[in-house]
Design a protein around this ligand. Structure first.
Ligand code: FAD
Length: 401
């Protein structure tokens, strides 16, 4: 394990930092999104995306001919770390450029790449990922949205859920069932779908935090040309794994307040002498240091040109649980004021309240705690696999709940 940047990495970090300083302001510790920020987010995100694309920072590891800079995965990590320190409006493009477009590049035709990649890279078009359904989340291969072939088109009927950004997306990658007679993983196919076409209806879900970031999406007799298929018919699971692998490669920054922020808050609030709090603080600190070293291990692997393994799954289990725990403790510390969620009235601009409501979602999105623990158990520790009774049974014979 090597904790330091190589001279080349340090040079790239300085270059990235100078570029970011020229265009953005540093994040302030307690900054949370106001209604005005939310209203302008899409516009700001599109502008920032275009600036990055014009300067070769939009997708560092992509080849130059696709608009990247032929950079290393480590440079991408460094860019993410530095950009994460600034008030950069990246959210609306995270799924499209992180997961959907890499899937289009891997499985799409030359026409697809020509048509979609640059527009997404320059912030003109936003993409969403349509996998999860009401009874198919962790077990996404159990999905029911059907595609039936009709001439040169496929006709889609069904419902997706939790689709982040579907209400403002232009396109999506859509995983559907094309053959219910074969085992569940074998009857799936992936398509590109135009989210603005007739028959696609995105209904935003109102969250406890007040936001409306994800949606139910209904498909009613939606026609998709066979030419917009990604991969072979029945090979959708293989395509989806590429999408999900790209999701896991994201080495994220801090999702919200950490041990240092609650310690500072406790100093101000005069509760540092509380023994129970001090014990919790020590636990958060120790776990955060352990996670920091684990991240260094991932970065060392990337720096040496290796691909990080399934041990990467540990990061989200630690950060999401800590976020929830830290915010819960801060809210308890605030006593009656802990109930106030208004940034203008609550202590610390309500950063702990806002993050507390976001934390449970973080523990679910991109793999729940239990699913990630299964991955670590099976693929890192080599423990026996979960029982899979439906492996060789045709999908239509499975008991449907
Ligand atoms: C903020 C957010 C954004 C999201 N964005 C998207 C998106 O853009 N596109 C998209 O397609 N989906 C999205 N999702 C959906 C997400 O992928 C699913 O919510 C997730 O996979 C869990 O599925 P589920 O909600 O159906 O829960 P379930 O899979 O029904 O799980 C319910 C409970 O059972 C447990 N469980 C399930 N299977 C096992 C098992 N084998 N072993 C042990 N325990 C198990 C789970 O851990 C959980 O506690 C998003 C979710 C969130 C919260």
């Amino acid at each position: 394990m090597d904790f330091n940047d190589t001279p080349e990495e340090a040079e790239f970090r300085a270059e990235a930092r100078a570029f970011l300083e020229k265009h953005l302001t540093l994040k302030s510790a307690n900054k949370i999104a106001t209604a005005e920020d939310r209203k302008n987010l899409l516009k700001r995100a599109k502008e920032w995306q275009d600036i990055k694309a014009q300067n070769g920072y939009a997708k560092i590891t992509w080849p130059k001919e696709l608009g990247g800079r032929d950079g290393t995965p480590m440079q991408q990590v460094i860019w993410g770390q530095e950009e994460g320190k600034f008030d950069a409006p990246t959210g609306p493009f995270a799924i499209g450029l992180g997961m959907c477009i890499p899937t289009v590049i891997a499985f799409g035709s030359d026409e697809h790449k020509k048509r979609y990649v640059q527009k997404a890279l320059h912030g003109e078009e936003i993409w969403c990922q349509l996998f999860s359904e009401p009874s198919a989340g962790s077990d996404v291969a159990g999905l029911k949205t059907r595609a039936v072939k009709d001439g040169d088109d496929w006709v889609i009927n069904g419902q997706k859920v939790w689709t982040s950004g579907a209400h403002y997306s232009d396109y999506g990658i859509l995983l559907v069932r094309t053959d219910p007679k074969v085992p569940k993983h074998k009857g799936l196919t992936m398509f590109i779908v135009d989210m603005k076409q007739e028959g696609v209806e995105a209904r935003p879900i109102h969250q406890a935090s007040g936001g409306r970031e994800f949606n139910e999406v209904y498909f009613t007799d939606v026609r998709i040309p066979d030419s917009d298929r990604l991969g072979e018919v029945g090979q959708g699971w293989k395509v989806a794994l590429v999408t999900l692998m790209n999701e896991r490669l994201a080495v994220g920054g801090s999702p919200g307040p950490d041990w240092a922020e609650i310690m500072n808050y406790a100093k101000d609030a005069g509760t540092m002498s509380d023994q129970a709090f001090r014990e919790k603080l020590a636990d958060w600190y120790v776990a955060a240091q352990g996670y920091k070293l684990t991240k260094f291990r991932t970065q060392t692997a990337l720096s040496r040109g290796e691909t990080p393994g399934p041990e990467n799954s540990i990061g989200k289990i630690i950060t999401a649980n800590h976020l929830q725990d830290i915010c819960n403790s801060a809210i308890e510390m605030q006593d009656h004021y802990g109930l106030i969620n208004d940034p203008d009235a609550a202590p610390s601009d309500a950063i702990f309240q806002q993050s507390f409501m976001w934390a449970p979602g973080l523990r679910i999105a991109g793999g729940t705690d239990e699913i990630l623990k299964n991955i670590i158990a099976e693929r890192v520790l080599g423990l026996p696999q979960d029982v899979r009774v439906d492996k060789d049974v045709s999908f239509e014979e499975l008991k449907q709940g």
